[in-house]
Design a protein. Structure first.
Length: 364
């Protein structure tokens, strides 16, 4: 059931919650005060590596005469696209590097390499999702209007198509993000002219992205345009699947709680922090996997500090976990495979009408 009172659910006093807020603020302060040249070098190096990998992959795709070379180039391109989408696009758009005051690496200017407009995404994600994380009726990332991910969502007949809807969402995740951002902006803007402007922004970005991936780049490959076209389609598909898996493993596994809108009434900073900790989940990942996913394997820490640089989340996670142990709070983590299995179990069980499953079954 959705949590209506965070302090009651956690059995913590108001003094304890205030103390947790103070300790989390101290973590933020320590990181912010230590940001410097090494961090700036990290993000600039990441941009160079990503772009170099992208170019090398495309040259391999166009120049290779073997199927093996094509697959190697396509896999490299998918990896480059994943880095661009997650470690760069997602994190820069969160404002994680705004402290550098570099106009080229700033949340207000960065545009990512996929169909959605990053400006539209910033409102739906940075505001609607992160401020109102897992609050029913407020956070539209709960199920993306396609999936039932909590028993608190009323069952509807279209959920019977969940296996197909789930696969479709995974394969076309960039389109889900794009349409999600457009809908949020249209809901926010209260004039016909404003809504029309947002639609023009959306379709303009879609046109530019589709032209780049499926017209301009294949045309530059001349007689090998089919190889480039197929590689771009495949790399985008692989990127979409990875981003989908990364995101759902941080939000849907058993133990990732949802909240009644009542929690927002008089919510303190400490209660907001607790909501982030209770509503997110981590998974264990090696350095390469974490890097390709924007370090969102530390989703708990990201939700606590969405604007802290991603390269610091691993060290932050040590202190957050210790804080959870100190106050007997859950710290939802597990292997990548187990967290993914738990998300799929939840999604597919909840596709069935409530009367068929017992209450215990609905959340594993």
């Amino acid at each position: 059931m959705a949590i209506a009172d965070v302090s009651t659910y956690t059995h913590l006093s108001s003094q304890d919650i205030d103390a947790i807020a103070d300790e989390l603020y101290a973590i933020r302060r320590d990181v912010e005060e230590s940001l410097g040249a090494k961090d700036a070098a990290y993000i600039r190096r990441t941009i160079v590596v990503q772009r170099a990998l992208d170019v090398a992959a495309r040259l391999m795709i166009a120049g290779s005469r073997s199927r093996k070379g094509w697959w190697l180039g396509t896999a490299s391109l998918a990896f480059a696209k994943s880095i661009e989408n997650m470690e760069l696009g997602h994190n820069i758009s969160h404002g994680q590097w705004d402290w550098m005051n570099d106009p080229e690496i700033h949340s207000s200017n960065w545009e990512w390499d996929m169909v959605g407009s990053s400006a539209q995404w910033r409102y739906s994600h940075n505001y609607r999702h992160h401020i109102f994380s897992n609050v029913l009726g407020m956070d539209e990332d709960i199920g993306y209007r396609l999936l039932r991910v909590t028993p608190d969502q009323p069952w509807r007949h279209p959920y019977l198509w969940t296996p197909l809807r789930n696969l479709a969402l995974a394969a076309t995740f960039e389109w889900g993000i794009a349409l999600h951002g457009l809908r949020s902006e249209r809901d926010r803007v209260d004039t016909p002219a404003g809504r029309a402007a947002e639609q023009r922004r959306f379709f303009g970005k879609v046109a530019r992205q589709l032209s780049k991936d499926y017209v301009v780049l294949p045309a530059l490959s001349l007689r090998r345009w089919r190889r480039t076209l197929a590689a771009n389609l495949t790399a985008n598909l692989l990127r979409n699947l990875w981003v989908y898996v990364n995101i759902i493993c941080g939000h849907i596994p058993d133990g990732a709680e949802t909240f009644d809108p009542a929690v927002l009434d008089g919510e303190t900073k400490g209660e907001w922090y607790l909501r982030q900790m209770l509503g997110a989940a981590n998974f264990k990942a090696g350095p390469l996997l974490a890097f390709s996913g924007g370090h969102l394997c530390y989703q708990i820490e990201h939700h606590l500090f969405p604007d802290l640089p991603s390269n610091r989340l691993a060290q932050v996670s040590i202190r957050v976990r210790e804080l959870c142990e100190k106050y007997d709070l859950p710290y939802n983590t597990g292997s990548f495979a187990s967290q993914y299995f738990r998300t799929q179990r939840t999604i597919h069980k909840l596709a069935v009408p409530d009367g068929i499953l017992t209450a215990a079954d609905t959340r594993g």
